[in-house]
Design a protein around this ligand. Structure first.
Ligand code: FES
Length: 107
């Protein structure tokens, strides 16, 4: 079953937005957050924890817990639950300690 088809009307009600997760082309709907789009595509593991390398994913879904960090267009430490998907966006898992002081992050 296509998760983007309305269960009652039987058709899609929002425009499709292609994006990439770890290099794989996926589809989101206009207005979805990155986290919601990944969940709709069956992806629950967004990365691993810094110290113990344990799986991390969506937890609070409102920008409070920092459990959903991903890299977006090579910018580390982005909250996927608070970021809307954009066409062609490149999202990558947060695997390890992000380089928050790196040149690409504003320093
Ligand atoms: S899930 Fe808690 S900040 Fe995103």
């Amino acid at each position: 079953m296509d998760p983007f088809i309305h269960p009652i009307f039987g058709k899609s009600i929002k425009k499709e937005v292609p994006f990439y997760f770890n290099g794989e082309l996926l589809k989101a709907r206009e207005g979805q957050t990155v986290a919601a789009a990944l969940m709709a595509n069956g992806i629950k593991k967004l990365g691993v924890s810094r110290k113990l390398q344990q799986s991390r994913g969506l937890f609070c879904a409102n920008g409070r817990c920092c459990s959903c960090f991903v890299s977006v267009n090579e910018l580390d430490h982005v909250l996927s639950c608070m970021t809307l998907v954009e066409k062609g966006m490149k999202v990558d898992s947060n695997n390890g300690d992000p380089n928050v002081r790196g040149e690409k992050n504003g320093d």
